[in-house]
Design a protein around this ligand. Structure first.
Ligand SMILES: [Zn+2]
Length: 144
């Protein structure tokens, strides 16, 4: 863990804003049974601040895969695109669920670049989603 000095108030605000979901893969804290990390959407190394508008919840794997990036590759057009910004952009504008919630499909260069960079359809997530769908727990209804 970095010593990023995220206050408990900021952490709580990010969790409430994020509906206790990872803002990228939309996995739910309650389903996984673990607290997620607070992600600096613009990394501190790139000047991102520890303020409400730059913080969101991210699961551990998405956070690890994101690293200190704000750009990814849209493999459909072979060009760089900015990664999804959960505070400034709406998830539904850039992604959609396919196969009842098993797969995340990208609707835009940002959506596709984020899926590739954060591997939003990684095998471990697919194994989980299969079970969450069967249980009626997934996909979550997110409207931010
Ligand atoms: Zn995630």
């Amino acid at each position: 863990m970095s010593h990023s000095a995220i206050s408990s108030a900021l952490r709580t605000e990010a969790a409430v804003y994020s509906r206790h979901c990872c803002c990228y893969c939309l996995s739910q804290e309650d389903v996984l049974g673990m607290s997620f990390t607070v992600d600096h959407i613009i990394p501190k190394s790139l000047g991102g601040e520890t303020t409400t508008e730059n913080l969101c919840l991210a699961c551990w794997d998405c956070n690890l895969l994101k690293q200190s990036r704000i750009m990814g590759i849209d493999e459909k057009i072979g060009e760089e695109a900015s990664l999804f910004h959960p505070r400034r952009q709406k998830w539904d504008d850039h992604f959609r669920w396919e196969r009842d919630g098993l797969l995340i499909a990208g609707l835009t260069p940002t959506g596709r670049a984020t899926i590739a960079a954060l591997r939003l359809n990684r095998p471990m997530l697919l194994r989980g989603r299969e079970r969450w769908i069967a249980a009626g727990w997934h996909p979550p209804q997110i409207t931010w």
